[in-house]
Design a protein around this ligand. Structure first.
Ligand SMILES: NC(=O)c1ccc[n+]([C@@H]2O[C@H](COP(=O)([O-])OP(=O)(O)OC[C@H]3O[C@@H](n4cnc5c(N)ncnc54)[C@H](OP(=O)(O)O)[C@@H]3O)[C@@H](O)[C@H]2O)c1
Length: 351
C-alpha cells in the first residue's frame, strides 16, 4: 500500500488565471488537499462562477484574503497582484510554506525593484526555478526546507531556460542579448482593458512595454548573472498574439570568440540532459507553444547563424504551467523533500 502525506493548501487569488491554474495543476498532486480559496471582489461567490472548468471545486465558496482565513494550512499559494502578496505574506507565520506567484519577492536588488515596480522592496525570497544554474550548482540545491518561495515571472522562465546553458558554458556573449517574445493573452491576467478586447486581439499582433521598460528585464538579468554572466545587456520585446496561453521566446546573442557549432549544441545538451521538464529538441525540430499547453515543460532548440555571428535559441512554455503554477508545484515538492516531479505532467494538449 502506498502511504501519502496530507498537504493542506490554501490558494489566494483563486478567481484569477493563475489561481485557477494553481488549483488545476495542484489537483493532480496525490498529497494535496485544498483548504481556503480566497480572493478579493469575488469573495462570497461560488468558485464555479469564476473557474467553471474546475468541476470538483465548483461548489466551494471564495472567502476574503485575510491572515485568519489563511491560517492553519501547510502551504499558502499567493496568486495576487504585486504589492497585495507582500502585504498578506508579512502576516503569515514563518513555519507556513508561502509560495508567491507574484513579483514581490523575486528581485535581489531594491534599486531594481524601485526602478521597475516602484515603492518599497518587500525583500528577497528563495527563487522558485529549480533548474536555474547558480555559481555552486542549481537553484534546487537551496530550496529544501525553505518556507518562502518566489515563483519566477513567465517571460523570465522562457528566456532564462532558453539562454542560460550558453551563458554558463561561455559560448555566447551576454552583453548583447536580444529577446523577442510571442505571448498569449492570459499573461495579462483577467483584467478588462481595451487592448485585451477580442476586437483588438483577434487577427492582430501587438507589442507592449517596448524600449526596455518591461518589469521582467531585471529578473532575467539577475538569472543570467546567476548562470555566470559578468555583464548582461538585454533588449526585451514581448508581443501579444491571438492565443490564450503560451510564450514563444526567440533569444539571440553573439557567438563567443573561437567557439564552434559543436560546442554550442554540447552546452545545451549537457545542461538539460537530466532535467525532467526542460527538453532540448532533436536537431532541426523547433519548439511550438502548442506542444507545451497544459504541461510543465519548456521546449528548447538552439542554432548558430554563422553569417550573423549569433546563437539563436527558441524556447516555448505554457505561461500558466511552467510559467507559474507548475513551477510553484515543482518548487513546493523540492521544499518539502518530495520527488520534484510529483503530480506534474510533461504531456501537453494538442493540436
Ligand atoms: N497570468 C500569467 O501568465 C502569470 C504568470 C506568472 C505570474 N503571474 C503573476 O500572478 C499574479 C496573478 O496573476 P493573474 O494573471 O492570475 O491575475 P488575475 O487573473 O487578474 O487575478 C488576480 C487575482 O487576485 C485577486 N486580487 C486582486 N486584488 C487583490 C487584493 N487587494 N487582495 C486580495 N486579492 C486580490 C483577484 O480577486 P478578485 O477577482 O476576487 O478581485 C484575483 O483572484 C500576478 O502577480 C501576476 O503577475 C501571472
Amino acid at each position: 500500500m502506498v502511504m501519502h502525506m496530507s498537504i493542506r493548501v490554501a490558494v489566494s487569488g483563486a478567481s484569477g488565471y493563475v489561481g485557477g491554474e494553481v488549483l488545476r495543476v495542484f489537483s493532480a498532486h496525490p498529497d494535496v488537499e485544498f483548504g481556503a480559496l480566497t480572493a478579493h471582489s469575488s469573495a462570497g461567490d461560488a468558485l464555479g462562477a469564476h473557474q467553471p472548468h474546475l468541476r470538483q471545486l465548483a461548489d466551494r465558496t471564495i472567502v476574503d484574503t485575510t491572515p485568519e482565513n489563511l491560517a492553519g494550512h501547510d502551504v499558502v499559494v499567493l496568486a495576487l497582484p504585486h504589492g497585495a502578496s507582500a502585504e498578506i505574506a508579512a502576516q503569515l507565520p514563518p513555519e507556513t510554506l508561502v509560495i508567491d506567484c507574484g513579483a514581490d519577492h523575486r528581485l535581489q536588488s531594491a534599486e531594481a525593484w524601485a526602478e521597475y515596480y516602484g515603492g518599497d522592496h518587500a525583500g528577497t525570497w528563495p527563487y522558485g526555478m529549480p533548474e536555474l544554474i547558480t555559481p555552486t550548482g542549481h537553484q534546487r540545491d537551496v530550496l529544501p526546507g525553505t518556507t518562502r518561495i518566489a515563483v519566477p515571472g513567465c517571460n523570465v522562465t522562457a528566456v532564462t531556460l532558453g539562454l542560460q546553458p550558453g551563458v554558463a558554458a561561455g559560448v555566447v556573449d551576454p552583453t548583447d542579448v536580444v529577446a523577442v517574445l510571442a505571448n498569449g493573452y492570459s499573461g495579462a491576467g483577467k483584467k478588462l482593458a481595451v487592448p485585451y478586447l477580442a476586437s483588438e486581439a483577434l487577427g492582430s499582433a501587438q507589442p507592449y512595454a517596448v524600449g526596455g521598460s518591461h518589469r521582467h528585464i531585471p529578473e532575467i538579468i539577475q538569472n543570467l548573472t546567476s548562470a555566470g554572466a559578468a555583464d548582461v545587456r538585454l533588449s526585451f520585446t514581448p508581443t501579444l498574439v491571438p492565443m490564450s496561453r503560451g510564450i514563444l521566446a526567440t533569444v539571440t546573442a553573439p557567438l563567443a570568440t573561437g567557439v564552434n557549432v559543436e560546442a554550442v549544441r554540447a552546452a545545451w545538451e549537457d545542461a538539460y540532459a537530466d532535467e525532467p521538464f526542460v527538453h532540448l529538441l532533436p536537431e532541426g525540430q523547433w519548439p511550438t507553444t502548442a506542444a507545451t499547453l497544459g504541461a510543465n515543460t519548456c521546449l528548447v532548440q538552439v542554432a548558430v547563424d554563422g553569417k550573423a555571428g549569433r546563437v539563436v535559441v527558441v524556447s516555448a512554455i505554457d505561461n500558466l504551467v511552467k510559467g507559474t503554477a507548475g513551477a510553484a508545484l515543482q518548487s513546493m515538492n523540492v521544499a518539502l523533500g518530495l520527488p520534484e516531479t510529483t503530480g506534474l505532467t510533461t504531456i501537453g494538449v494538442a493540436p
